[in-house]
Ligand binder design. Structure first.
Ligand code: ZN
Ligand code: ZN
Length: 179
């Protein structure tokens, strides 16, 4: 859905959308696993030539592999948003005029409007936790044997160290035998 600048010059635009998984490309390790529901209102900011303000709420469930154990993690997101998009030409001029009111995030758009899907994508990525873990106490994957340590403990760390020493001993024994 394109939020058209010409239309915004006439009146604000309300939107309610239900976007099925697959329509927004997150080109990331996260994937959308439920319908994305979003609603809100878009308006031009007063005294501006083309600053578009979007306010609303969205709800979606995203899936991502756990940073530590790689098991899939389900991330329900409910996020209000309040963003201002400025024409890209304003960014080039470097005219970073103070954004007043309570709008938080600022982006840029090209052409004659803002693609709602791009905005929602941005909101979702910003709402994701910094660390994607299945649980705070996730023990992760053993770097030696690849075992998921949440499912079963392995005894790799000590075993690996012992192994190296054994090899060295074998080598010494071999060298010793040659003399
Ligand atoms: Zn995990
Ligand atoms: Zn292991």
């Amino acid at each position: 859905m394109l939020i058209n600048l010409q239309e915004l010059q006439q009146h604000s635009v309300r939107f309610t959308v239900d976007i099925p998984a697959g329509q927004i490309d997150f080109d990331n390790k996260v994937t959308q696993s439920s319908v994305l529901h979003a609603e809100g209102v878009v308006e031009l900011m007063s005294h501006s030539l083309g600053d578009i303000r979007l306010q609303g709420n969205l709800q979606v469930t995203m899936d991502a592999p756990c940073d530590r154990c790689l098991e899939p993690v389900s991330l329900p997101i409910r996020s209000p948003f309040d963003l201002v998009y400025m024409p890209a030409s304003e960014a080039i001029e470097g005219g970073e005029e103070e954004i007043d009111e309570d709008a938080v995030e600022v982006g840029f758009y090209e052409g004659n409007g803002v693609q709602l899907n791009d905005v929602l994508r941005e909101v979702i990525l910003l709402a994701l936790p910094m660390q994607l873990v299945c649980s705070e106490s996730c023990k992760g994957i053993c770097p030696v044997c690849g075992q998921n340590r949440n499912q079963r403990e392995c005894a790799c760390q000590t075993a690996a160290a012992d192994d190296r020493w054994n090899k060295l001993k074998d080598l010494r024994a071999e060298i010793g035998q040659r003399h």
